[in-house]
Design a protein around this ligand. Structure first.
Ligand code: IMP
Length: 426
C-alpha cells in the first residue's frame, strides 16, 4: 500500500475550499496513482482541471476525473453530475491521443442528468435577462440542467437505453422550454448525434452505486474529486453568485452514494491567495496593479471560459468556514510560488462591521470590510523546495501564519506547476 493511502485512508475526498480553481487537479493526480477508483459527484463541464500528463503538455478536462492517466485507475461520473456528452467525447479523443485506454475505465451513473444544447441557450437567456445582477455563469447550461432535475423533468443517462422514449422526452422538454423562453432551435443535429453515440454511451453506463459499494466491500480505495469550490455551493456559498449544485462535502455524499462513515480524510485545496471568476462578493479582491501582477504570475485565466480571474489576498475567514462546512482534515496550500516578488503580503484574519468582528462567513457580507495583517514577502525562487525548511524564512512565516489562523494541518504545499513541485510533509 502506498504512503498516501496509508496516511489518508481507503476513502479520501479532495475538494476546493475557496471559489474554485484552487488547483485541485495536481493533488488528485498525485493521489490517483495510489487509489483504485476516482469518482466525481457533482457539477458538469463548468469545472476544469488542468493536468500535465507529459512535460510541457497541458490538458484541461471538464468532465473526466483526473485519475484517468493512471493506467489502473477507474474513473466514475457519479449520479449527482450533469453531463454534456459531446464534451465528454472530446475529452475521450484527447485521451486517445495520449494512448490512454478508456474502455471499461469510464463508468457513468445512469442517474446522472444530461446537459443539452437548449440548456446552454437557457443559461444565456437567463443571464441576459438578469442584466447587472447576472451571475457570470460559465454558460455551460449547468443551472438549467439542475433546474430540470429538481423540477423532475430532467433526462437521465439511463433513458438513452430506449432511444425512442428518450427522443420523445427530449422533444417534449424542448417544446416546453421554447414556450417558456421563446427561442428557436433545430434539434435534428443534436438528436442525430445521440443516435450515433447512444450505444457507446450505453457501454459506459453503470449502476455506480452498486459498483462503488462493491469496491468498498473489497477494501479497495476510492478518491472523491470535488468540483467547483466550497463558496460556490448552492446552499452554503455566496448565493445567488454560486453554481447549482452542492460543491461542499455533502454533494460528494449524495452525488456518489458513498455514506459519510466511509470517509477517512477530507482534504481542502486552498490557494495561497484567492481568485474568483464570475460575479459575487469577494472582500479581499485587489482591483489594482497588484491584482494584475498576481493574475499574470499565476496565469489566472479561467480554464473553462478563459475569463480573467479576479485576484486578491488570502482570506482566513472563508477557509475557516470551509473547514467547518466540509470537516477538512488536511490542507493543500497551492501556488505559493505565485506570491514570489511581492514585497508585502496581506492576510485577511477577520471581517469587521461597526464594532463586530466575524471570523466565519456571515450570512451576508454587506457592510463588512476585511481586517488584515501584513507579512514581509520573499524574492527567492521556491520551485526547488521539497522540504518546508528549504523555503525562505519569510515564506515559511507566511505559511505558518496561515496554519496558525486556520488550525488544520497543511500537509501539502504547491511550489510550481509540475507534479514534482510539491512539499509533502510527514
Ligand atoms: P455555473 O456553474 O456555470 O452556473 O456558474 C455559476 C458561477 O460559478 C459562476 O460565477 C462561475 O464562474 C462559477 N464557477 C462554476 N464552476 C466553476 C469552477 O469550476 N471554477 C471556478 N468558478 C466556477
Amino acid at each position: 500500500m502506498g504512503k498516501l493511502r496509508k496516511k489518508f485512508g481507503n476513502v479520501a475526498a479532495i475538494l476546493g475550499a475557496q471559489w474554485g480553481d484552487e488547483g485541485k487537479g495536481k493533488l488528485i493526480d498525485i493521489f490517483a496513482g495510489e487509489y483504485d477508483v476516482v469518482v466525481r459527484g457533482t457539477g458538469g463541464a463548468n469545472a476544469g482541471h488542468t493536468i500535465y500528463p507529459e512535460k510541457g503538455k497541458k490538458v484541461v478536462f471538464h468532465l473526466v476525473p483526473s485519475g484517468i492517466f493512471h493506467p489502473k485507475n477507474v474513473a466514475v461520473l457519479g449520479n449527482g453530475m450533469v453531463i454534456h456528452f459531446p464534451t465528454l467525447f472530446e475529452e475521450m479523443e484527447v485521451l486517445k491521443k495520449f494512448h490512454v485506454k478508456t474502455k471499461g475505465r469510464i463508468l457513468i451513473s445512469g442517474n446522472a442528468h444530461i446537459v443539452f444544447e437548449y440548456h446552454k441557450k437557457i443559461d444565456q437567456i437567463l443571464e441576459e435577462m438578469k442584466g447587472g445582477a447576472k451571475v457570470g455563469t460559465t454558460g455551460r447550461g449547468i443551472g438549467p440542467a439542475y433546474t430540470d432535475k429538481i423540477m423532475r423533468i430532467g433526462i437521465r443517462v439511463s433513458e438513452l437505453e430506449n432511444f425512442k422514449k428518450f427522443e420523445e422526452h427530449f422533444l417534449t422538454n424542448l417544446k416546453l422550454f421554447q414556450k417558456m423562453y421563446g427561442f428557436h432551435y433545430d434539434p435534428s443535429h443534436e438528436l442525430a448525434w445521440f443516435k450515433r453515440h447512444h450505444n457507446e454511451i450505453g457501454e459506459m453506463l453503470c449502476d455506480t452505486n452498486m459498483f462503488l459499494g462493491e469496491v468498498l466491500e473489497k477494501k479497495k480505495s476510492i478518491l472523491l474529486e470535488g468540483a467547483n469550490g466550497t463558496h460556490l455551493d448552492i446552499d452554503h456559498g455566496t448565493y445567488p453568485y454560486v453554481t447549482s449544485s452542492n460543491a461542499t462535502i455533502g454533494g460528494l455524499v449524495t452525488g456518489t452514494g458513498i455514506a459519510p462513515k466511509h470517509f477517512k480524510s477530507i482534504i481542502g485545496i486552498v490557494k495561497a491567495y484567492v481568485t474568483r471568476v464570475g460575479n459575487g462578493p469577494f472582500l479581499t479582491e485587489l482591483t489594482d496593479s497588484l491584482g494584475d501582477q498576481i493574475r499574470e504570475q499565476g496565469s489566472e485565466y479561467g480554464s473553462t471560459t478563459g475569463r480573467p480571474r479576479r485576484c486578491g489576498w488570502f482570506d482566513a475567514v472563508i477557509i475557516r468556514q470551509s473547514i467547518r462546512l466540509n470537516g477538512l482534515t488536511s490542507i493543500n496550500l497551492t501556488k505559493l510560488d505565485v506570491l514570489t516578488n511581492i514585497p508585502k503580503l496581506k492576510i485577511c484574519v477577520s471581517y469587521k462591521k461597526k464594532n463586530t468582528h466575524a471570523f466565519y462567513m456571515p450570512p451576508t457580507l454587506d457592510g463588512y470590510t476585511p481586517e488584515y495583517i501584513e507579512m514581509p514577502g520573499w524574492v527567492e525562487d521556491i520551485s526547488k523546495a521539497r522540504k518546508f525548511s528549504d523555503l525562505p524564512k519569510n515564506c515559511q512565516k507566511y505559511v505558518q501564519k496561515i496554519a496558525e489562523l486556520i488550525k488544520v494541518p497543511i500537509h501539502f504545499i504547491g511550489v510550481g506547476q509540475t507534479r514534482q513541485e510539491m512539499i509533502i510533509s510527514g
